[in-house]
Design a binder for this molecule. Structure first.
Ligand SMILES: Nc1nc2c(c(=O)[nH]1)N[C@H]1C(S)=C(S)[C@@H](COP(=O)(O)O)O[C@H]1N2
Ligand SMILES: [Mo]
Length: 549
């Protein structure tokens, strides 16, 4: 009874046809945009981490093998997150094109395709370590909107026969029947192709996607935690950092040289969280568990009100930093001495690992010994006079001078479990990075900039060098195959803080290769042997080639 009574459409060829397939693919793309837009809007209410794109991106981070992560950090550096989101969107777009074309053949396939996509988003959101049931809402709403948009967009491409024999006109049928008719409509011979209606519907879809997506992003950004953070007053440290000696920061007089203290907004950021966890200060709890005699739970006020708050200048470094790289920064941290806190909870002997957990479920395993013995190891809540910025771990993180961030600097820290390395592999260790993470001595040339040609004559070669906990004793620079020449160092502030160095040089025209080498206060000379960041940090000397006009 389903034979069509209409004559074949003279314009549209039998079968899908190229133009029609192209429009169907576009329909898929637009429907995906609507789905993602509505998902973002609902995530504006539920929480940014529940956004389908973010949840799927987070799941990808959790699932990809280490070489891929290392490649991403190496290639994109701090733009790795942008690259991941872009990559996720490209995959979604390709999938959406396919779903659109399949939908032309069979609407049920289209619906199934969108539902499958939504299920992946919902599962990704739900299975995050900090996932809550409400986190499926953005994906659910997005799926519903995506299905409606796709059906509306496919309709003008393959209109069902106006009235097949034995059926009432669509408008008179109950909703279920109408829905079934829409779903059953395929690209039958003779089905009309209504371009005008398609493009009008498409324009509406673009509008909905833009408004919901844009609105969602705005809602996600203006979270209450940002303003609660701004209202916090940090305690005055009972042991403040020493005042910087006069002329301590050489960057005032040398263009291009890294400042002694990195501004919060310019501090590098490396973590696995596509959206930084947002913790309300009043809700914050730090739980101690595992091998303690009398473990306590601390509120933020408990930490603020202590009388042993310290302030120290410490350089933080990422193990992924390449020779000459920018994944290093220095700040004046304020916090509670870690050793004191561990001892007063009755830390038992036998624990060699402090397993730190962050709000988003990330694990970082710090050596218990370093936490106890490294001077100025702390639970930090202040960074350069402000509460920690949200992306740098608000409200509390760990800082242990001399250890790379991946084994010490847990951000959004909510629990410390005293345990052993035998008992548990933290996130990066599972991915085969070294269990021990002492920062290797390093030096970097900041200026002159190798990308810009400059005129012959006298000019400063300058940069920074670091060897946390040991300190830098000497920095030398070599131009081409010349002798090593000793650079002037900025005054030593703290062995945990990098030192700037500068060496004026008379440049002759032509190409020159500049190389830098540091010596630690313990006598260690930086090796010229090249090692990749994986698995224990890069080594090798930083060289730049400059062109002198
Ligand atoms: N919760 C959490 N803490 C984390 C990470 C992370 O992925 N999640 N990354 C670590 C790494 S690898 C480094 S180098 C430092 C970087 O700190 P920053 O982003 O404040 O510079 O944080 C560490 N703490
Ligand atoms: Mo790192």
């Amino acid at each position: 009874m389903t034979t069509t009574l209409r004559a074949p459409d003279p314009v549209a060829p039998a079968g899908p046809g190229r133009a029609r397939r192209g429009l169907a693919a576009l329909a898929g793309l637009l429907a995906a945009a609507v789905a993602l837009g509505v998902g973002e809007l609902v995530a504006g209410f539920v929480g940014p981490a529940a956004s389908p794109v973010i949840a799927v991106g987070d799941a990808v981070i959790a699932l990809v093998p280490e070489p891929v992560t290392a490649f991403a950090i190496r290639t994109f550096g701090e733009d790795d997150k942008t690259a991941l989101v872009a990559g996720t969107l490209v995959v979604v777009a390709l999938y959406a094109l396919l779903v659109g074309v399949l939908g032309l053949r069979d609407r049920r396939l289209a619906v199934l395709g969108v539902v499958l996509f939504g299920t992946v988003g919902a599962l990704a959101a739900l299975t995050r370590p900090a996932g809550a049931p409400a986190d499926v809402l953005p994906s659910l709403a997005g799926t519903a909107a995506g299905v409606l948009a796709l059906l509306a967009l496919l309709a003008p491409l393959a209109t069902a026969p106006a009235s097949a024999p034995g059926t009432a006109p669509a408008a008179d049928r109950p909703l279920v029947g109408r829905l079934r008719a829409v779903l059953a409509a395929g690209d039958r011979n003779g089905a009309g192709l209504d371009r005008r209606r398609f493009f009008l519907t498409g324009a509406a879809a673009v509008g909905v996607a833009a408004v919901t997506g844009g609105g969602g992003r705005l809602l996600q950004r203006s979270t209450e935690v940002t303003s609660l953070r701004a209202g916090i007053r940090l305690p005055t440290p009972s042991s403040p950092a020493a005042a910087l000696p006069a002329g301590a920061d050489l960057s005032r007089g040398i263009e291009g040289l890294t400042p002694l203290t990195t501004r919060n907004g310019e501090f590098y950021r490396i973590d696995t969280a596509l959206i930084a966890p947002r913790i309300r200060p009043a809700d914050y709890r730090l739980e101690l568990t595992g091998m303690f005699d009398s473990p306590r739970t601390y509120t933020l006020d408990d930490l603020f009100e202590r009388d042993d708050v310290i302030e120290r200048d410490i350089t933080l470094t990422c193990v992924s930093n390449e020779v000459g790289g920018a994944l290093v920064g220095s700040a004046r941290w304020i916090g509670v001495p870690l050793a004191a806190l561990l001892r007063e909870n009755g830390l038992r002997p036998g624990s060699d690992q402090l397993l730190c957990r962050s709000e988003d479920g990330m694990t970082i395993g710090a050596p218990t010994r370093s936490a106890l013995e490294v001077e100025d190891a702390m639970l930090a809540f202040g960074m350069n006079g402000e509460p920690l910025p949200v992306i740098h771990g608000f409200p509390v993180r760990m800082i242990i001078p001399g250890l790379y961030g991946y084994v010490s600097a847990c951000k959004w820290l909510v629990s410390i479990e005293a345990t052993t390395f035998d008992a548990f592999d933290a996130y990066w260790i599972e991915r085969d990075w070294a269990v021990d993470g002492p920062i290797r001595i390093a030096s970097r040339i900041d200026t002159p900039d190798m990308r810009r040609e400059f005129p012959a004559g006298r000019r400063a070669i300058a940069g920074v060098a670091w060897a946390q906990t040991r300190g830098i004793a000497k920095v030398e620079v070599r131009v081409d195959d010349g002798d090593w020449a000793e650079a002037r160092l900025s005054p030593e502030v703290d062995a945990d803080l990098w030192r700037q160095w500068v060496l004026p040089h008379d440049f002759t025209p032509g190409r020159h290769v500049l190389t830098v080498r540091a010596t630690g206060a313990d006598g260690e000379v930086q090796t010229d042997e090249r090692a990749d960041p994986f698995p224990a940090g890069s080594t090798g000397l930083h060289s730049v080639e400059v062109l002198v006009g």
